[in-house]
Design a protein around this ligand. Structure first.
Ligand code: PLP
Length: 340
C-alpha cells in the first residue's frame, strides 16, 4: 500500500531502526537510567538550548496531556484554537487528566493570532467563580499544515509574558515547521519564548516517541512523578531513547521533514494545473487540505488512500511522509491530471 492518508502510515527510517537493533545488544538499567537516554537528553539540550529539560514519552496525546498537566492546576484554563488536537482528537485526555477547561478561539487557516488570544484572555473573567486562564497552546505545524512565522510566534509569546501565561506548543510536526521556515529547532522555540513543547518523532521516521521539553526549570518540577503516574515511564526506555540519538545527531529530523515537505509541495504544485482543484489553505509543510472534483477522487483514492471528509464538497486531506517517493507523487499526479 502507498498512501497519502497520514504520516503515521509510513514505516521506520532505516537508521532509526538500526539504532533500536544496536540498543538490543546488551543489558541496560531500566526506567531511563541508561546511556541511550542520557545521550538523547543531552542531544535535545544541544538542539533546543541549555535551558531545555527533556523527557521522552510514547505518543503525541501523552506528550500533550502530560506537558500540560505539569504546568497547570485543575481550576485553570487553556486558550487554544478550535482545531487543537487536544480539543478534537484526543477524547478529552487533556481535560480529563488536568481538570482544566479548554477555551477555544476560531482558527484562521489553523492559526490563532496574538490579538485574538489577548481578546479571549480579557473576555474570560479570571475571578474565583471562573477558571483562571493559565496556558496558551498552539500547534506548530498547525492541524491544517500551515506554519506560524517567527513574528507570529513572538507576538503570541509577548501576550503570554504580558499576562503571565504559559506558552505551550504541540510540536508533533515541529521538524516540518523548522524546515519550512529554514530555522533551527531552537530558533522557533526557546528563542521566541516557548515555555513548554512537545517535539514529535513518530510522524517523521521514528517507530514511536515524542519528547516533552520544558524551557523553565520550575515548570519541570516533579515531572518524573507525573510521567510515572501518567503511565509513560517505560521500563525499557532505551529503545525509545536510542531513536532520538541519530534523529538529532545525524539531523534525520531535518532530512526527513525536508523530504516530506518537498513531496507535498510537488504534489500541490502539480495539482494546481487543474483549475477545478482548490487548496483550502496554503501547503506550507507536509500536508494540505483541498477540494477535489469527483472525477479526481474516483481516479486516485483507491490507488493512494487519503482522507475524504465531505463527499459533497470533495474536501480532502493529503499527507506526505519521509518515505514518499517521486514515483508516488508522479503516479498520483498523472491519475489526477488525466481524470475527467
Ligand atoms: C497536531 C497533533 N498533535 C498531537 C497528535 C497526537 O499524536 P498521537 O496520535 O501519537 O497520540 C497528532 C496526531 O495526529 C497531531 O496531528
Amino acid at each position: 500500500m502507498r498512501s497519502f492518508a497520514s504520516d503515521n502510515n509510513s514505516g521506520i527510517e532505516p537508521t532509526i531502526l538500526q539504532a533500536i537493533i544496536d540498543a538490543n545488544a546488551d543489558h541496560a538499567t531500566p526506567y531511563g537510567h541508561d546511556p541511550y537516554t542520557e545521550k538523547a537528553i543531552l542531544l535535545l539540550k544541544k538542539s533546543f538550548g541549555e535551558s531545555a529539560i527533556a523527557y521522552l514519552v510514547n505518543n503525541g496525546t501523552a506528550a500533550n496531556t502530560l506537558s500540560v498537566k505539569a504546568v497547570t492546576r485543575s481550576h485553570q484554563a487553556i486558550i487554544c484554537p478550535d482545531t487543537s488536537h487536544m480539543v478534537v482528537h484526543e477524547v478529552g485526555a487533556v481535560a480529563n487528566f488536568t481538570g482544566c477547561s479548554l477555551y477555544t478561539i476560531p482558527n484562521v487557516s489553523g492559526k490563532i493570532t496574538a490579538a485574538a488570544i489577548e481578546e479571549r484572555y480579557i473576555a474570560s473573567i479570571n475571578d474565583r467563580h471562573n477558571n483562571k486562564v493559565h496556558v496558551v497552546s498552539i500547534a506548530q505545524t498547525t492541524e491544517f499544515g500551515t506554519v506560524y512565522t517567527v513574528e507570529e510566534l513572538q507576538a503570541i509569546s509577548a501576550v503570554c509574558k504580558k499576562h503571565n501565561l504559559v506558552f505551550h506548543v504541540d510540536g508533533c510536526r515541529l521538524s516540518n515547521a523548522a524546515v519550512a521556515l529554514n530555522k533551527s529547532l531552537k530558533e522557533i522555540t526557546a528563542d521566541v519564548g516557548v515555555d513548554v513543547l512537545t517535539f514529535g518523532g513518530t510522524k517523521n521516521g521514528l517507530l514511536f516517541g515524542e519528547a516533552i521539553i520544558f524551557f523553565r526549570k520550575e515548570l519541570a518540577a516533579e515531572f518524573e512523578y507525573i510521567q510515572k503516574q501518567g503511565l509513560q515511564l517505560n521500563s525499557k526506555m532505551r529503545f525509545l531513547s536510542a531513536q532520538f540519538i541519530p534523529y538529532l545527531e545525524k539531523n534525520i529530523w531535518q532530512r526527513n521533514a525536508a523530504h516530506a515537505n518537498l513531496m507535498c509541495q510537488k504534489l500541490a504544485q502539480g495539482l494546481a494545473k487543474r483549475a477545478d482543484i482548490k487548496l483550502a489553505y496554503p501547503a506550507d509543510s507536509n500536508l494540505f487540505f483541498a477540494y477535489f472534483p469527483k472525477s479526481v477522487i474516483a481516479a486516485t483514492q483507491a490507488k493512494f488512500p487519503y482522507y475524504l471528509f465531505n463527499e459533497k464538497t470533495g474536501f480532502i486531506r493529503i499527507v506526505t511522509s519521509f518515505d514518499t517517493t517521486d514515483k508516488d507523487v508522479d503516479e498520483f499526479l498523472a491519475l489526477a491530471l488525466e481524470a475527467n
